[in-house]
Design a protein around this ligand. Structure first.
Ligand code: HEM
Length: 440
């Protein structure tokens, strides 16, 4: 990988997005307003140089998705950019190493695995408990509640007992302070607390992983500890711990944001809320397994449409390792690329009136979503491991909230969609996600 030539705007001629700052490039602009920067790039052409964590060719053309499906890309630039966060995990490797890790991790995250390992039922219990709390509150902060739910679900399905979930939640949230730009050695700084929490989590994870090696141990952690790829190879102890960290990182803010956006849209559309309530009450209980999702098309459509318009990970970083064709051009090995999931999910040829929130575009179809429609979850080798879990969690929560409405509607205190924040993910602003119940 290191022998690849370094391709830059100087030796590959494409339009260059103006407005890059010295050393930080377009980052300040993107952190302030990602959609504006992406649209400005799109206006210049299908392939445009942009400086987001270094120069890369942003593939505004929706055909860019094809690149993800092939074997022409490496995840190396993302790894260089993310440092410790992804080290030793499935998100840090390509090719055979990645196939080994993914191969040994996939099974418990398939629909059958989620049902068979008891994860789906455990999720349903945690969703019921959290939605009960929200239903009984006169006012709650949706993003905070759903962040906690997302973390409880990840650690709960791994096998952590209810009583220990608050410990894991608190420590995990602290580890995310690592991104603070203060040296980790400065005592009592956020990064110092993050490092301590990270060490504590690492210690506990090693103990839990060792316990999970024991026969009959419940939860997905045991399934991951014993998982094997098609050649009988699995994760070593260090990789097991790193991948459990990644499950939390990849699966909590993303899912919490989309659930919050879904409740926000519902609070502004009484007709949609009424349809969801009818569907939820007809089903009787929330889905207990992915196979139950067919009874909940409206809840699933709400989740998918919220995800389309609020793609949490707007741009993925890659590097071309084998010459690859995109938008009619062959890009040489060594070309850094930026893949804008956010733009592709607003392609007007695929989604008429792309800016309109319209869950009905997912209904009345006789086919499952195709890979491009699933692209908020990425694509190709690194396609989201938690896809089935996230969809199930979304439908469970929306259904549970509708079932507990009892003639009430949810309202955002703000009375309008939350403002967005753009860094490190696209998320609703937490201060705008306060909700109350109102008699219908
Ligand atoms: C709405 C919710 C979610 C969204 C939008 C989402 C999105 C994504 C995206 C875009 C990627 C690809 C990253 C890349 O290729 O650079 C990814 C990968 C991944 N996601 Fe998710 N994710 C979600 C939920 C989850 C959940 C709930 C889990 C785990 C329980 C999870 C675990 C992972 C893992 C482990 C990977 C890395 C897979 C690999 O490298 O092979 N995600 N996700």
């Amino acid at each position: 990988m290191n022998q690849l030539p370094t391709i830059t705007p100087e030796n590959l001629s494409f339009p260059i997005l103006p407005g890059a700052w010295p050393s930080v490039g377009h980052y300040p602009g993107a952190a302030w307003d990602t959609p504006k920067v992406l649209r400005e790039a799109q206006a210049l052409g299908p392939l445009v140089w942009i400086n987001l964590s270094g120069w890369g060719l942003i593939v505004c053309h929706p055909d860019g998705f094809e690149l993800l499906k092939g074997k022409t890309l490496s995840i190396a630039p993302m790894v260089r950019n993310s440092g410790d966060l992804v080290a030793d995990s499935v998100l840090s490797v390509d090719g055979a190493e990645h196939r080994r890790m993914r191969g040994s991790m996939n099974r418990p995250f398939t629909p059958e695995g989620l049902s068979g390992e008891g994860a789906a039922k455990r999720m349903a219990e945690l969703v019921e408990a959290r939605s009960k709390g929200m239903a009984e509150s006169t006012r709650f902060n949706a993003l905070n509640e759903l962040r906690d739910l997302a973390l409880d679900i990840i650690f709960g399905v791994l096998g952590v007992p209810d009583a220990d979930l608050p410990w894991w939640r608190e420590k995990y949230q602290r580890t995310l302070l690592t991104s603070f730009p203060i040296a980790k050695s400065v005592p009592f700084s956020p990064a110092w607390f993050a490092r301590r929490a990270s060490a504590e989590i690492g210690q506990r994870l090693q103990e839990e992983a060792a316990r999970a090696q024991a026969e009959g141990s419940p939860g997905l952690l045991a399934a991951l500890a014993h998982g094997r790829d098609e050649h009988g190879k699995g994760l070593n102890a260090q990789e097991l711990v790193a991948n459990v960290r990644i499950l939390g990182l990849a699966g909590h803010e993303t899912t919490a944001s989309i659930l919050t956006w879904s409740l926000a849209y519902l609070s502004l559309d009484d007709a949609l809320w009424d349809r969801l309530v009818v569907e939820a009450n007809a089903a009787g209980h929330i889905p207990q397994a992915p196979a139950d999702l067919k009874k909940h098309p409206i809840a699933e459509a709400i989740f998918r449409e919220s995800l389309r318009l609020n793609t949490p990970l707007p741009v993925m970083m890659r590097e071309i390792v084998v010459p690859a064709e995109v938008a009619g051009v062959t890009l040489p090995a060594g070309t850094p690329v930026r893949l804008p999931l956010w733009l592709w999910n607003r392609d007007p040829d695929r989604y008429p009136e792309p800016e309109r929130y319209n869950p009905d575009r997912w209904l009345g179809r006789d086919r499952k979503p195709d890979p491009v429609e699933m692209s908020p979850f990425g694509g190709g080798a690194h396609f989201c491991l938690g896809y089935h879990l996230a969809i199930l969690e979304g439908v469970q929560l929306l259904t549970a909230m509708a079932q507990r409405a009892q003639g009430r509607r949810l309202r955002l205190v703000k009375g309008a969609l939350p403002a967005e924040r753009f860094f490190p993910l696209i998320q609703p602003q937490g201060k705008d996600t306060e909700m109350v119940w109102e008699r219908a």
